[in-house]
Design a protein. Structure first.
Lengths: 430, 224, 309
């Protein structure tokens, strides 16, 4: 809704007599629109609903929630099709005899409110047994409660904010807020420190300018980097925050230039960082921009072009190329011509969906080969996912007492010759 | 690109046939395969796809079925894993006696599957620290076994050394028949405390004057 | 404060872009008292028109000296066609309808245009690379790129031609007359429909100029680019006094500079760290708008009703 406009009462009068009233109308309109528009910030887009008709036998649905259009959609589509391939494999290989799976993908447009209503829709669909998603940590916050009330499992392949599994006081007193929430990605507590280590030891950078997008994910990651970089002995040349959707960063670029920073760290998604790096290099500030998994996407390089060269991103997991089991996944993804980018989370989405499918099998086997009634099925699947322990295409899939993955691997990528190239990998051993 | 630091060099002279160096050629493999794939006739493609599907299915059945033994049982079908994806390090505790400027740390190194992995500890996170495995610098761990090793970390230069890093790590070169990888193993909790203690002991009473290292937030204007 | 000249330049450049788009809002409002909320999307289609010329029509390796004028023509044609088409098919049938009707139509049109571009322009659902002119020149302590020079020159040329056109040309004077009193103007033999079309066309062309500058400056465009730029330009038009063409340009420049300076310096004021920085730039821009409207409800140049066009 773009604003309101009131019908003037005396429209029949001569226009001149209305000048004053029109003015107040303009004022009213402008104040209302600016207010309303800044809040809504986005037009409406359709959602990629993929629900289909039911087929013979039992068909269970695996819900997907991710941004499938607009901002972040490159990585969001990677999640959708990662799940799709897992479900196709499960059906083709009859992983759960007598049960077929299908995917119901909803578009959250990277907005928490949309994510919440998608979660409600998935919970309301009796055939949905579990959900994979969302992409954004901020969206996850609004969805966790909905899934928890319905006792339905939710596995995110990409959320990295520590509070989602370890509670608000994760630094001092970890406690799990929702027992139905799991993730196959590791947390920013590791990612931010890993990035700071590489900036300090690998790149030998001393002064970082830290920018974030104020979102749950971006601000959290930037804060962790900031703290870790200072602890290593680096200094912070300055900090700033941007809005998602901003396009002009000239003022920020001038500030970075004047600060004398030798690198920029950005907590947020590729949509903004690709523009920042372009404007930064355009202003002859030739320092690398480093970010997290949110900007590890091919779109970043396509949009920023030459300006992206030398920029860095950490991402959760190891490069898909080094996972032999993921080879057929990548081949399938490419041969089906799926849109989006599987690089960052595709394989993790595949494993998240596989964890749900295997949990269904475990529940069915434990129940004497029959599926329990749908309300019991969901809560039993949650318990079965908690006990997951199998070799997925990303490595071992199992969850700790907070719902975090036990497979805590990280990679630093750098843009070289127009491609993301892995320059350092690491494993966390708690 | 200027302003970008050096990237770690690829492995030493052993980089020969049969080894991939991570990142060196991996991105191209997929593309070439894809091009070749596109060049095939639809019939061949269909057949290959079917064969690949069957193989995947078989593989999935073997890998995913509970209770199946390690994948050595099917050496032809099981892909050879990259060493970093099968190797785990766990910190056991400090060893005595520590030297004045060094400490000994005990670790358990486990390799889950695949061919034996040869490990060399290269670095201990920060410039100014040296790390070596005692008594032998390189050691090999076969699949399915755990080996205990002791790492000596000595302080060579206190200047610019962060004494209280949260997540200190060990840089290790891993080698098996699949690839050579440089990989970091990151630890928290006990290891970071024990390492801190060694660093404090070495640097706090170091006769060399400590440079005025920015401690914590000095000189920063951060708002987070 | 050694960055002040650079920040002023940043603000002036951003403001010129706002001003060029604001002309479209202000001219249409001045003549038909309609706030054309689809104008941001007219700006966006102009950018895609220019990109089409560059990517699909010009051979690879065309010099930018030749490409930029052709892209301007391509973008201009698309924007003008969309603007005139919107007037002819969306707004003219509603000319006598209650005021709310064209406003809602404008909103619908804006969403329609966004969705059309997103769904039917190849690759438009995410940022598309646009040829950028990023060779940098230093003037004193200020660095500006070729795209910035293009933007400033284009803004000056466009504004002075528009001023001349409105004051001196026959059509321009007919526009002033229509703005003052459309009914009387029609009685005096002025084809007001034609004048309205001309107003939409000029607004559309200026939006295309701004769109080309946007692409050349930032190096990428997407289907959502018109939303925020349109909103800011509308703010600029209101701030300058809607209906006044000089006000639109002045409002744009004031808004651009205010935003940039707020983003650059407010966080340096003691106690204001939390209220500064890039993310608060929009807030300060709208605070300024509210202040202007409180003390000068007619906008900065709003009293010069005779110059409305």
């Amino acid at each position: 809704m773009r604003g309101t406009h009131r019908l003037p009462p005396g429209r029949k009068c001569l226009r001149k007599g209305l000048i004053v009233r029109k003015r107040s109308l303009v004022i009213l309109t402008s104040v209302l629109t600016t207010g309303a528009l800044t809040l809504t910030a986005c037009g409406s887009r359709d959602n990629g609903n993929k629900s289909g008709g039911s087929s013979s036998g039992t068909t269970l649905t695996i819900g997907v929630d991710a941004p499938l259009s607009g901002e972040n959609s490159t990585t969001g589509l990677g999640i959708q099709y990662g799940v799709q391939i897992a479900v196709d494999d499960a059906n083709k290989n009859n992983w759960v005899p007598g049960v077929k799976f299908k995917v119901k993908a909803l578009d959250d447009k990277a907005q928490p409110a949309t994510g919440q209503s998608n979660a409600t829709a998935l919970v309301g669909d009796a055939s949905v047994v579990g959900a994979v998603g969302p992409l954004n940590s901020g969206v996850a916050q609004s969805m966790q409660q909905v899934f928890n009330s319905a006792n339905m499992v939710e596995i995110s392949p990409s959320n990295t904010n520590p509070t989602l599994t370890q509670g608000k006081d994760w630094q001092t007193n970890k406690s799990r807020p929702y027992k139905t929430y799991f993730r196959t990605a590791t947390t920013d507590a590791l990612q931010g420190s890993f990035a700071a280590d590489y900036a300090w030891n690998g790149l030998k950078k001393k002064k970082a300018f830290v920018v974030d997008d104020k979102q749950t994910y971006g601000a959290g990651l930037a804060g962790i980097f900031n703290g870790a970089f200072k602890k290593l002995g680096g200094s912070i040349a300055g900090t700033d925050h941007v809005n998602t959707g901003d396009t002009d960063f000239s003022s920020l670029v001038t500030k970075i230039k004047a600060s004398g920073a030798d690198m920029v760290y950005y907590g947020g998604q590729y949509d903004e960082s690709e523009k920042i790096t372009k404007q930064l290099k355009g202003a002859k500030v030739n320092i690398p921009l480093m970010g997290g998994d949110g900007m590890y996407a091919t779109t970043y390089i396509q949009t920023a072009g030459q300006a992206a060269e030398g920029d860095l991103a950490t991402s959760v997991g190891v490069p898909a190329d080094t996972l032999p089991a993921a080879k057929s996944f990548i081949a399938t993804y490419k041969s089906k011509g799926y849109k989006g980018d599987y690089g960052a989370y595709g394989a993790y989405s595949y494993d998240a969906a596989t964890a749900i499918i295997k949990a269904v099998k475990a529940v069915k086997d434990a129940n004497g080969g029959k599926l329990p009634a749908s309300d019991q099925l969901r809560s039993k699947v949650v318990d079965a996912v908690q006990k997951s322990d199998f070799d997925g295409i990303t490595g071992k899939v199992s969850f700790d007492q907070y719902g975090d993955t036990q497979n805590k691997q990280l990679t630093v990528y750098q843009v070289k010759g127009g491609k993301w190239v892995a320059v350092k990998t690491g494993t966390f051993n708690g | 690109m200027s302003g970008t630091g050096p990237v770690e060099p690829a492995g030493p002279a052993e980089t020969g046939a049969g080894h991939d160096v991570i990142g060196a050629d991996a991105p191209h493999l997929g593309d070439q395969a894809l091009d070749r794939w596109r060049a095939l006739s639809p019939r061949v493609r269909g057949a290959t796809l079917a064969a690949a599907t069957l193989t995947t299915a078989g593989l999935a059945a073997v890998l995913l079925a509970p209770g199946t033994g390690p994948d050595r049982a099917l050496p032809a079908a099981a892909p050879v894993p990259f060493p970093a994806n099968v190797t785990g390090w766990h910190y056991l505790g400090p060893a005595t006696p520590p030297g004045p400027r060094s400490g000994l740390f005990r670790f358990a190194v486990r390799v889950d599957s695949g061919p034996p992995v040869t490990l060399t500890v290269v670095d201990a996170a920060f410039a100014g620290l040296d790390a070596t495995v005692t008594p032998e610098p390189a050691f090999t761990v076969p699949a399915g076994t755990t080996r205990r090793v002791t790492v000596r970390i000595s302080v060579t230069d206190c200047s610019g050394l962060p004494l209280d890093a949260d997540l200190p790590f060990l840089d290790v070169t891993l080698r098996n028949t699949r690839a050579i990888q440089h990989h970091s193993f990151i630890f928290d909790g006990a290891y970071s405390q024990d390492l801190s203690a060694v660093l404090h002991r070495a640097c706090d009473r170091s006769p060399a004057p400590l440079p005025s290292r920015p401690s914590g937030s000095a000189g920063s204007q951060n708002a987070d | 404060m050694h960055t002040l000249p650079q920040q002023l330049a940043n603000g002036l450049l951003l403001g010129s872009m706002y001003g060029l788009i604001a002309i479209g809002y202000t001219m249409v409002y001045g003549i038909v008292q309609l706030i054309n909320f689809a104008h941001g999307e007219i700006f966006m289609t102009g950018a895609f028109g220019a990109l089409t010329v560059y990517v699909y029509i010009l051979p690879d390796g065309t010099s930018m000296w030749a490409a930029v004028p052709l892209m301007l023509i391509g973008g201009g044609i698309v924007s003008v066609l969309v603007a005139v088409g919107a007037e002819r098919f969306a707004y003219r049938p509603l000319r006598q309808a209650p005021r709310l009707a064209p406003l809602i139509t404008a909103i619908g049109l804006s969403l329609t245009l966004q969705e059309l571009v997103r769904n039917f322009y190849p690759g438009a659902d995410k940022s598309r690379a646009f040829p950028s002119l990023d060779a940098t020149h230093s003037i004193g302590s200020v660095d500006i790129t070729d795209a910035d020079i293009f933007l400033v020159c284009a803004a000056i040329v466009c504004m002075s031609s528009l001023a001349w056109f409105v004051r001196k040309s026959r059509t321009g004077r007919a526009m002033q007359a229509t703005a003052q009193d459309p009914d009387t103007a029609q009685l005096m033999g002025i084809d007001t429909n034609r004048i309205i079309v001309v107003a939409f066309a000029i607004g559309g062309f200026f939006a295309a100029v701004a769109a080309l500058s946007y692409g050349l400056k930032y190096g990428n465009i997407d289907y959502r680019m018109g939303f925020l730029m349109g909103l800011k330009a509308f703010t600029a038009a209101v701030m300058g006094g809607i209906g006044n063409i000089y006000g639109a340009m002045l409002g744009g420049v004031v808004l651009g500079i205010a935003e940039t300076l707020a983003s650059a310096y407010i966080s340096n004021i003691p106690g204001m760290q939390q209220l500064g920085g890039q993310s608060w730039a929009n807030v300060w821009a709208f605070v300024l708008l509210i202040l202007v409207l409180l003390f000068r409800p007619q906008g900065l140049l709003g009293e010069r009703v005779a110059d409305r066009a």
